[in-house]
Design a protein around this ligand. Structure first.
Ligand code: NAD
Length: 259
């Protein structure tokens, strides 16, 4: 066993939506630890910028099955295989009470957050099975452990991610492929700013008040950093986590209620 633990030299990692946001922080952390990292994103400008930072990268929409199928061939050819899949792509979905939501927005949330993970796992598996040390890390959310008023499609989709994770941990564990999820609390960054703004609008309450509610969700009374999520991802992908399987790891400062 490698007790230094986090030596990723020679290991091959794919991070979906890895060209921006939390995904880019995760991808960078794996790269800093010596991994060969491929990132994919739906946004061509973000992909160009990731390429400029030394990542292998391609534009791909995780909710498009055909694109994901051909993406996995590209990734395995480029990296020379695949050891770790980080299913990071996920959208916030609409904010509103259930009767105000449009079916198209509900479906779009599941298309990315749930079906996207299904496609990526399905088409990555032939390559992961060739690895001697494979792991899958799925991004869920604190909203995948708790209810979240006004965000029903998001919360339901992130609970689905935990169900997928726990089921595949059983299905694939015997083949030596570990499957775990990360459940971040509110992470500092542009996305949470937009989420808080939408919630303030829905509740018709001042932005500063709703921002305080969000900070107070965590017992640490602050937001989580993207690096906190990246640290959990590199732990779950590593030999240090060799007996961790089927878990939904909360990285949320202890969050017991979501607003
Ligand atoms: P983000 O909204 O900042 O998006 C990051 C990237 O995802 C963007 O570059 C975007 O182009 C890409 N993307 C969007 N749709 C895509 C698609 N269909 N295919 C490929 N790429 C796509 O997200 P984030 O805040 O970095 O969140 C990353 C993950 O963490 C998500 O699964 C999210 O649900 C989860 N999460 C985030 C928070 C938070 O507070 N930000 C909290 C809990 C969980």
């Amino acid at each position: 066993m490698d007790y230094t633990g986090l030596n990723y030299a020679g290991r091959k990692v794919l991070v979906t939506a890895g060209a921006a946001g939390i995904g880019l922080t995760i991808a960078t952390r794996f790269q800093d630890l010596g991994a060969k990292v491929f990132v994919t994103d739906i946004n061509p400008a973000a992909v160009d910028s990731a390429r400029a930072s030394g990542f292998s990268a391609a534009v791909s929409d995780v909710s498009n099955e055909d694109q994901v199928r051909s993406l996995m061939d590209t990734v395995a050819t480029d990296l020379g295989g695949l050891d770790i899949l980080v299913n990071n792509a996920g959208i916030a979905g609409p904010t509103g009470s259930i009767e105000t939501l449009e079916a198209a927005d509900w479906k779009a949330t599941f298309d990315v957050n749930v079906h996207g993970q299904f496609y990526c796992i399905k088409y990555a598996l032939p390559f992961l099975r060739l690895s001697t040390d494979a792991a899958i890390v799925n991004l869920s959310s604190a909203a995948g452990r708790l209810g979240m008023a006004g965000r029903s499609p998001y919360s339901a989709s992130k609970w689905a991610v935990v169900g997928l994770t726990k089921t595949l941990a059983i299905e694939l564990g015997g083949d030596g492929i570990r499957v775990n999820a990360i459940c971040p609390g509110a992470v500092d960054g542009p996305r949470i700013d937009a989420v808080i703004e939408a919630k303030a609008k829905m509740l018709k309450r001042p932005l500063a008040e709703v921002t305080d509610l969000y900070l107070g969700q965590s017992s640490l009374n602050r937001l989580v950093e993207a690096t906190d999520i990246a640290n959990m991802a590199v732990f779950l992908g590593s030999d240090l986590a060799r007996s961790v399987n089927g878990q939904a790891m909360a990285v949320d400062g202890n969050t017991e209620k979501l607003y």
